[in-house]
Design a protein around this ligand. Structure first.
Ligand code: COA
Ligand code: MG
Length: 286
């Protein structure tokens, strides 16, 4: 899984028009950045933001943070120019909003070529039904749950337990896992409410997301903590691997650690925890 090589615990949106925020992100401990040209930028600021973003990316300074640019949909008056301007600006991926089918991805691919990875917003009811087809497109490397748009289109209530979104969220996670690509959760709008964010991060983590999209620097540490393996998980993983190796050496296929069986599949999960912990340590070592 890609996410074991590079962490995506915290994926911060930055409006492409906000120079100060673009600069500030160079020193924030975020795993990835979504430079936004879509909903965070007002219509009459789109062209200027596009230019600013091209220059900002050329300047660089974002270290190991993954750089993802969210362009406008190709059906809008800005999308095509966004794609043309950003394809060679040094982004790690282009994030396409309002995706419904894999042909939307083909249309972007026709403009940017087939080498630059594409991430997709999963934010329409149709995209949830087509999640498998979208995620398994050869160029798609990541899915982003767009929970605000989903809530709007479903006409559902915003609830702390996110029950009305659960089917869509799980379809998005399942599609990403089936395709072995990255998947990150939607934003938490009350950006000053750390406790609420923490609870939603933990729910997203428990559902299988690699991380969460964020809108404010104050959210970064909370997501980084929630989506990182805990010390006790790392320690347990090491003991499980050791116990399993020992039992294999004595001709057995199963070990027992802390009263629970450890089979080959648990070892794979334990190795994944270790790989993620290593990737996070590398990120921090910058
Ligand atoms: N990325 C990087 N830096 C950000 C940031 C972001 N998303 N949001 C705020 N900052 C910076 C500000 O520039 C400010 O920096 P400074 O101390 O150098 O001046 C600092 O963090 C504190 O900002 P604050 O005053 O608390 O926030 P605000 O009231 O100016 O802005 C929002 C609040 C929500 C409007 C702003 O955080 C934002 O625009 N978020 C992104 C929204 C977005 O991208 N939406 C689209 C996807 S849902
Ligand atoms: Mg949206």
């Amino acid at each position: 899984m890609d996410s074991s090589m590079h962490p995506y615990r915290s994926v911060l949106y930055i409006p492409g028009s906000k120079e100060r925020a673009l600069d500030k992100a160079r020193s924030l401990p975020t795993d990835a950045i979504i430079f936004d040209l879509e909903d965070a930028v007002a219509p009459d600021a789109k062209a200027e933001a596009r230019q600013l973003l091209v220059e900002t990316l050329r300047q660089g300074g974002y270290g190991k943070r993954s750089k993802i640019v969210r362009i406008n949909a190709l059906t809008t008056e800005w999308g095509l120019e966004d794609a043309r301007a950003l394809r060679d600006a040094g982004a790690d991926a282009i994030l396409l909003p309002k995706v419904n089918t894999s042909s939307d991805i083909d249309n972007l691919s026709d403009v940017i070529g087939s080498d630059l990875p594409i991430w997709t917003m999963m934010e329409t009811p149709v995209s949830a039904f087509n999640a498998r087809e979208i995620a398994s497109h050869a160029q798609v490397a990541g899915l982003v749950a767009g929970t605000n748009d989903l809530t709007k289109d479903l006409g559902c209530r915003t609830r702390a337990d996110r029950l009305p979104l659960m089917t869509a969220l799980q379809m998005i996670v399942m599609a990403a896992r089936a395709a072995r690509i990255v998947v990150v959760d939607g934003v938490y709008n009350r950006f000053r409410d750390g406790d609420g964010l923490k609870a939603e991060c933990e729910q997203g983590r428990d559902l299988g997301f690699d991380g969460k999209t964020l809108i404010h620097p104050a959210q970064v540490e909370i997501a980084n903590t929630a989506f990182a393996p805990t010390n006790s998980e790392i320690e347990l993983a090491a003991r499980q691997i050791a116990a399993y190796e020992e039992s294999r050496a004595s001709g057995q296929g199963i070990a027992v650690v802390d009263g629970q069986i450890v089979e080959n599949l648990h070892v794979v999960a334990a190795q994944r925890i270790q790989a993620k912990a290593r990737a996070i340590a590398e990120m921090a070592a910058e």
